[in-house]
Design a protein around this ligand. Structure first.
Ligand SMILES: [Zn+2]
Ligand SMILES: [Zn+2]
Length: 336
């Protein structure tokens, strides 16, 4: 089969053996798999082993089931959860699967991912797609689960005022999940005009450009109050401190954007607010909820898809995403 394989800091399409389903495993024919920001940044940093097949946001159709797998049949439409928790460590026993000490991942360098015609997963990593959820929307289940986990972790109250910094895929999904969670006034801070426009279309009450000295005052004027919670979804150097400048006293700052770089904070600003900082990663058990919201059309994910590309174009697409760009979500369609 064809697969996109990591070779140094690039990705090349090669012919590799098609995976076979072993006991307890399923092989899925990949329909779509999103390119994640983490693929783009880790590849540039040389963070993947030579020969790795990336792609951890797949949906597709069951192609082969291994020995002992009774719950899946060929032809069923599925989404694949990117990791399988061990279900035995102290965090799994508390249901905190995102903190599992022994996760089995696909597409992050250890086990092959879904930038390929077929991907192999454990049968426990699959979820059935409702008929109402199309294939393209299904490929956004994983980032939607990330956004849902962030909003759940923030414990939004009915009527809260919220600000989201950064309108990339996660910021745009957090914005929509905030509305579902009962936030009243939602502001988004975004520098790129295309993303700012999309944020407004997807439910932000007001979109602000970053950088102005009076941003905190503008936010209060437009939203009616200092935000109860600010979501940092940009992963930029300045944005965590920006969040502290905006949040209300005793407000909460959610650290959602993942970055490897140290960021400066000015402790006195945090002190004066007695601000609370809460970080989150991946998802706990939000996949079924994500599918339910998609099936009921409560969240628009298809508007986030800015381009669909073939396997052959991944290498160039990732190089383009490493520079400033106005893409939102790029999907790979291996069957194209
Ligand atoms: Zn991802
Ligand atoms: Zn575990």
């Amino acid at each position: 089969m064809k697969a996109a394989v990591v070779r140094q800091d690039s990705i090349l399409v090669e012919d590799v053996p098609k995976p076979r389903a072993g006991p307890g495993e399923v092989v899925v024919e990949v329909r779509y798999c999103g390119i994640c920001g983490s693929d783009v940044h880790r590849l540039a940093a040389g963070g993947f082993p030579d020969g790795a097949i990336l792609g951890h946001e797949p949906c597709g159709v069951v192609a082969e089931v291994g020995e002992g797998v009774t719950e899946w049949r060929g032809g069923e439409r599925v989404v694949v959860i990117a990791f399988d928790p061990c279900r035995q460590c102290r965090w799994c026993r508390r249901g905190e699967y995102q903190l599992c000490l022994n996760k089995h991942w696909i597409g992050l360098g250890t086990n092959p991912g879904a930038f390929a015609e077929y991907v192999k997963a454990r049968s426990t990593m699959l979820l059935r797609l409702p008929d109402q959820v199309g294939d393209r929307a299904a490929a956004l289940t994983e980032p939607l689960a990330v956004a849902l986990h962030a909003v759940r972790t923030a414990r939004i109250n009915l009527g809260d005022t919220a600000v989201v910094i950064g309108a990339g895929p996660i910021g745009l999904l957090v914005t929509q999940c905030l509305r579902v969670a009962g936030a009243r006034a939602i502001g988004v801070i975004e520098i790129a005009p295309g993303r700012a426009e999309l944020a407004a279309r997807l439910g932000a009450d007001k979109v602000f450009a970053p950088g102005s000295d009076d941003l905190a005052a503008e936010v209060v004027q437009s939203l009616g109050a200092e935000p109860d919670v600010v979501f940092e979804c940009a992963g930029a150097v300045q944005t965590l401190q920006d969040a502290a400048e905006l949040v209300r006293p005793h407000g909460k700052i959610m650290l959602v954007g993942v970055s490897m770089k140290p960021v400066p904070i000015i402790p006195i600003v945090w002190g004066r607010k007695e601000a609370e900082l809460k970080a989150c990663i991946a998802y706990r058990d939000e996949f079924p909820l994500a599918l339910e919201l998609l099936a009921k059309d409560e969240v628009d994910v298809e508007s986030l898809v800015s381009e669909v590309i073939s396997l052959e174009d991944i290498g160039q697409a990732i190089k383009d995403l490493q520079k400033p760009h106005d893409q939102i979500k790029v999907l790979v369609e291996p069957g194209e």
